[in-house]
Design a protein around this ligand. Structure first.
Ligand code: BJW
Ligand code: ZN
Length: 247
């Protein structure tokens, strides 16, 4: 059985990389991007919200949308799959979480080694001097997906504050990308969970791992372009499959 093979590969590994995408957080109530009915890009225009040009043209629209998403994330909790990943670290000599997600659900579940390839909803920074800015205190506010909100100004230089996420056309944080490349090229097993494998350069990470000899295990209810490189394809949701892989 595939589950047994996957559990065995994980049990014997010295270094495991867990590579996650939006499907990892779906069962916590955070929408994915590309799922046909529920994905953000089925309701919102990525070009108008997730590019540097969009922020230049309409900062209040973009800031308001990310504030809605941040408040949504703050209201949900990690699920059994996030907890299983954190537990897996206790059974593995070395375990690295590489996530494309901008939420903090891995950290809240107890994972300690987490690299964010696409930034974070909780790391706003100044567009001018790049200094980190405080996360606005919005406790008590109702999250509102369509509300325009003027971004705050930097306390140091009065520059506009932007969300600390990686938009289309922007480079990934160099340190994160380097850490990901090192982890992928030195792990024995890479467990990819809930990613469509369509967005580059992140989608190179599992491919890099196979080139360096690692076994790839994929958890996803749907087929993806990563299917052909996966040693084991587990077609199911993260919150169900991951707990069955770890004691
Ligand atoms: C479940 C589940 C459950 C559901 N359990 N699973 C090569 C070829 C073509 C294009 C490019 C290329 N190289 C670069 C590009 C351009 C572009 C790109 O990749 N475009 C493609 C879409 C074609 N890449 C970029 O622009 C990147 N930057 C770059 O290349 O810079 C170059 C540069 C270098 C030097 C200087 C300057 C520039 C940046 C990409 C940034 C991506 N940003 C986003 C938004 C982040 C902010 C935000 O949150 O708003 O990141 S886009 C969005 O996609 C987000 C995600 O992290 C990313 C990946 O999506 P993910 O996580 O895979 O989610 P989905 O929705 O796609 O899939 C969900 C999966 O879960 C599905 O498979 C479901 O089946 C599954 N699922 N329920 C388990 N319960
Ligand atoms: Zn500044």
């Amino acid at each position: 059985m595939d589950l047994n093979e996957a559990a065995k590969l994980l049990g014997q590994a010295r270094h495991v990389v867990v590579f996650t995408g939006a499907g990892m957080s779906a069962e916590s109530g955070v929408p994915t991007f590309r799922d046909a009915l529920t994905g953000l890009w089925s309701r919102f225009d990525a070009q108008a919200l997730a590019t540097p040009q969009a922020f230049d043209e309409d900062p209040a629209l973009v800031w308001g949308w990310y504030e809605w998403r941040r408040q949504l994330v703050q209201r949900v909790r990690p699920h059994q799959g996030h907890l299983a990943v954190a537990r897996m670290a206790a059974h593995t000599p070395e375990l690295t979480v590489l996530t494309q997600n901008v939420d903090d659900l891995h950290e809240r579940a107890g994972s300690t080694s987490v690299t964010h390839l696409h930034g974070s909803l909780f790391a706003p920074r100044c567009t001018e001097c790049t200094r980190p800015a405080p996360v606005p205190d919005t406790t008590g506010d109702q999250p509102d997906e369509g509300r325009r909100v003027d971004p705050p100004r930097c306390p140091h230089c009065d520059g506009l504050i932007r969300p600390g996420v990686v938009w289309f056309g922007e480079a990934l944080p160099q340190e994160a990308l380097e850490a990901a490349a090192v982890a992928a090229s030195t792990c024995d097993v890479l467990l990819t969970v809930g990613t469509s494998g369509l967005v580059y350069p992140a989608a190179e990470i599992p491919r890099l791992a196979t080139r360096y000899g690692a076994a790839v295990i994929q958890v996803n209810p749907q087929p993806t372009p990563l299917d052909p490189i996966a040693r084991v394809n587990l077609r199911g949701p993260a919150a169900e499959v991951l707990p069955s892989l770890v004691s």
